[in-house]
Design a protein around this ligand. Structure first.
Ligand code: OAD
Length: 248
């Protein structure tokens, strides 16, 4: 069987070596911040300034110049460019490192740090600076409604229909740098397995959900992802040659 239709799920681990903190590792973001305070609609309603300052700091760091895509991001962009099939990259990350590396067929299921959304009219706008409680929506003109375009706990991730449709017909599902603690992403492997897909996990260490995958590869993403992508592309090239160059 070849890997013509691929869904890749990425989590914080793929950006860790670019200098972005993960959530649940030692020293991760959830060690110093309460999820209820900074990543729920209720927390935002209670203390918008605190929530804005949490995401403003993360945005400043992302745009500081010190944070750049790493070889894992670049390898995934190459997979999309070179595979003679289709690749959907689903990321839980709100950074833009996959785009900067060249990935285009990408879903940010937990939103994007570089966008603000109006809580009243849902209009989106690109942001490279801070968002403040007093900001005015460019679309509806209301003040005090702008929020980071991120999905908080208790909210629905974006583009779920498209993601599930692709999982249900993929040949290969790859999960990279995610602890598998947060649903619905943690359940993607089950959908892919039911579809008969090959399932592979790439993570620094074994996770609590490693058993759900056919194969687990451990190590830093910058070292495991590039050779994994090479192997997928080689496998595809060989299967094309075996079929006498026929691309069916
Ligand atoms: P986690 O912090 O839960 O997990 C990161 C995973 O990456 C862990 O399993 C690490 O072992 C692994 N890891 C760390 N460094 C790595 C490296 N260099 N190479 C490979 N793997 C590495 O982050 P996520 O699973 O992404 O949601 O978290 C999922 C969601 O929970 C986030 O999107 C966020 C968070 O709460 C929201 O805020 C809604």
């Amino acid at each position: 069987m070849n890997d013509r239709s691929i869904v890749v799920l990425t989590g914080a681990g793929v950006s860790a070596e670019s200098g972005i903190d993960t959530f649940r590792d030692l020293g991760g973001l959830w060690e110093n911040h309460r999820i209820e305070d900074v990543a729920t609609p209720e927390g935002f309603a209670r203390d918008p300034d605190l929530v804005h300052s949490f995401y403003n700091l993360r945005r400043r760091k992302l745009l500081s110049g010190a944070v750049q895509p790493n070889p894992a991001h670049h390898a995934l962009a190459r997979l999309e460019r070179e595979l003679a099939g289709d690749v959907l990259l689903v990321t839980q990350n709100i950074d833009d490192l996959h785009e900067r590396a060249g990935s285009r067929n990408l879903v940010h299921m937990h939103g994007e740090l570089l966008k603000a959304r109006c809580g009243a009219c849902e209009a989106l706008r690109a942001v490279s600076g801070d968002i403040a409680r007093t900001d005015v929506c460019h679309h509806c003109g209301r003040a005090g409604t702008m929020r980071p375009h991120v999905v908080w706990f208790g909210e629905m991730p974006t583009d779920m229909d498209r993601i599930v449709e692709r999982l249900a017909r993929c040949d290969l599902f790859v999960s990279i740098g995610t602890s598998g603690q947060v649903y619905p992403a943690a359940g993607f492997v089950d959908i892919a397995r039911r579809a008969g897909a090959r399932t592979v996990e790439l993570n620094l260490d074994p996770t609590d959900v490693s058993d759900a995958f056919e194969e687990s590869i451990n190590g830093p993403a910058t070292e495991t992802v590039p050779p994994f992508v090479d192997a997928v592309l080689q496998r595809e090239a060989q299967s094309t040659t075996t079929r006498g160059g026929r691309r069916d």
